[in-house]
Ligand binder design. Structure first.
Ligand code: GUN
Length: 300
């Protein structure tokens, strides 16, 4: 059997970033204020520092203003709320991203609630979660949608065209990825099932999937014989495991070499979904700046 076609998230994300950059330049040429992204990092988690740096760098590369707020791990909830209040009120800030996870003494729900839903470029505010939960099939995504799920749905639409009528299985029920991915696939007229750690027979469920999105955080959980021949497989997992010569390597939640022999399309790790998250954050920030200027939603 032929090998799966690789879904090149790195290349798609580069194209999306350049379309967003054109959108930014067009706004500025119309005399609208330059879109601005504020990132907030509390503490010094090394992985979070890498992500936040990459967000700020990408914003600058595509012509947005970038405001980088680093707060010590012992920052209080009141201090963080005060900063968010200032960013909400600042017209130079189109989008606000509070990097998760937050230190344990901070109530994440209260922080997400404090971000102005119009500036919530992560799509994590309950108002935006509710909008996605209530969306009609095919209705425009003219509000902030979580970046990784949006990236998954863009890659699927690009690889397959219409998703209507397909059986989609999403492994993982997190509020950051699994649930919003399922909502986006429903909007695209898929028949959607969510599998999770308590599902009776994950392998059998996966074999029903024309589209399989895996966001369960377990290295190489999904084996080749879990995959329906010809299925499209989107691997959201990023797991560090021991590699050759004492080094670590990155693997997804799907056993890639086995899956390649069965799937029709598949995302690699790295270079699949990962680069889409930051590109979609830039897309959400451009859309937030357009809305703030009273301009209509345009898909780019
Ligand atoms: N931590 C891991 N992924 C994300 C994300 O998409 N947004 C935020 N704010 N924090 C994260």
């Amino acid at each position: 059997m032929a090998e799966a076609k690789l879904i090149d998230g790195k290349a798609f994300a580069a194209g999306l970033r350049s379309r967003v950059a054109e959108g930014v330049a067009a706004l500025v040429a119309e005399g609208v204020a330059r879109p601005g992204l504020a990132t907030v990092l509390v503490g010094a988690d090394p992985a979070s520092e890498v992500y936040v740096r990459s967000k700020g760098k990408t914003a600058a590369e595509i012509g947005m203003a970038s405001f980088d707020h680093r707060l010590p791990a012992e920052t209080t909830q009141a201090q963080l709320l005060e900063l968010i209040g200032r960013l909400n009120a600042d017209p130079a800030v189109s989008g606000i991203l509070v990097q998760l996870p937050l230190p344990r003494h901070i109530d994440t729900t209260q922080i997400l609630l404090a971000v102005d839903p119009a500036k919530d470029v992560d799509g994590f505010h309950p108002i935006n979660v509710g909008r996605l939960g209530a969306i009609a099939a095919g209705a425009p995504l003219d509000f902030p949608v979580p970046c990784t799920p949006l990236g998954c749905s863009m890659l699927l639409a690009d690889a397959l065209g219409s998703l209507a009528g397909k059986n989609a299985v999403v492994l993982g029920r997190s509020t950051l990825v699994g649930r919003p991915v399922a909502q986006l696939l429903l909007r695209a007229d898929c028949t959607v099932t969510i599998g999770h750690s308590r599902t009776r027979d994950l392998a059998a469920l996966c074999r029903t999937a024309d589209i399989l999105v895996v966001a369960i955080g377990k290295p190489e959980l999904v084996k080749g014989d879990w995959i329906k021949p010809g299925a499209a497989v989107i691997d959201v997992g990023i797991n560090r495991v021991p590699g050759a010569e004492g080094k670590t390597k990155l693997v997804g939640d799907v056993a890639f070499a086995e899956a390649m022999k069965v799937a029709g399309h598949i995302t690699p790790v790295p270079g699949g979904v990962g680069p889409m998250t930051v590109a979609c954050l830039m897309y959400n920030t451009l859309q937030a700046a357009r809305r703030a200027a009273g301009l209509p939603f345009v898909a780019v």
